[in-house]
Design a protein around this ligand. Structure first.
Ligand code: MN
Length: 248
């Protein structure tokens, strides 16, 4: 993999022209993990990603969709042996999704058990207002020897972040996280060898437009300033973290 920049969490299939978004990542050599919110979207993502050097497709079932789509877990399970990357999966205990929290936990448990059993999967994980529950479940069900967890847009406490580090997890950081004082402090406390970057596009914006994977260069600049490193050095660190993650 020769990619210099890393967008470890982007919804390429939610851009107006999905195929063009995929092609752009490849042309600009941005390693992009194309996450899906439903397993029904995975085959097309996989088909487009398979033609590229820098884009990979992740098999997801988003916690915010569980209320309507828990039954799609069967489809998710059917596709799992065909992918190494999994996401977006996880838990969301925000007010809009709390009513499905028990179902979310049941689905996430199956997801973690299946991943552990098949070994070597890399997961991008949503944990809004549910950091403790997510960490508890991963600690129990997906040991580092069975799979790798990357916490996406992590907004838990500094103590929870430290616990995730001890459990071997990585963090994908976006610019929105750096807008918030408390989250900035958490990001500052993370070991450099666990950092990845992400956009979560198109859900984040740059100058009023939808963020694109190559915009992670802006994240690198801000993160480099925060960590008092030259951007070039941080770019290398993130690229090396990605290599370590995928070569495990
Ligand atoms: Mn997302």
């Amino acid at each position: 993999m020769t990619a210099k920049l890393v967008d470890f969490h982007c919804h390429l299939d939610l851009y107006r022209d999905h195929a063009a978004a995929v092609t752009e990542c490849d042309r600009l050599k941005v390693f992009t993990l194309a996450v899906t919110t439903t397993p029904l979207a995975w085959p097309r993502n996989q088909e487009l990603a398979a033609r590229t050097k820098h884009v990979r497709a992740a098999l997801g079932l988003h916690p915010q969709l569980i209320k309507e789509r828990a039954h799609e877990l069967a489809v998710w399970r059917e596709y799992l042996p065909r992918t190494r990357y999994v996401g977006e999966v996880g838990l969301d205990a925000g007010p809009a999704h709390y009513t499905s929290f028990d179902t979310q936990k049941a689905v996430f448990e199956t997801i973690l058990r299946d991943c552990a059993e098949q070994k070597g999967k890399i997961l991008t994980i949503h944990s809004v207002r549910a950091a403790k529950a997510v960490l508890d479940m991963i600690e129990t069900l997906l040991q580092p020897s069975r799979g790798s967890a990357v916490l996406h847009w992590f907004t838990g406490t500094k103590a929870e972040a430290a616990r995730a580090v001890r459990l071997g997890m990585y963090f994908s950081i976006n610019r929105e996280m750096l807008r918030n004082e408390r989250h900035r402090a958490t990001v500052t406390s993370l070991p450099l060898d666990r950092l990845l970057t992400e956009t979560d596009g198109p859900f984040t914006k740059v100058d009023g437009r939808e963020a694109r994977p190559s915009d992670v260069s802006l994240t690198i600049d801000e993160l480099a300033e925060l960590r008092s490193l030259p951007p070039k050095e941080l770019t290398e660190i993130v690229a090396s973290n990605l290599r370590n993650l995928v070569s495990d």
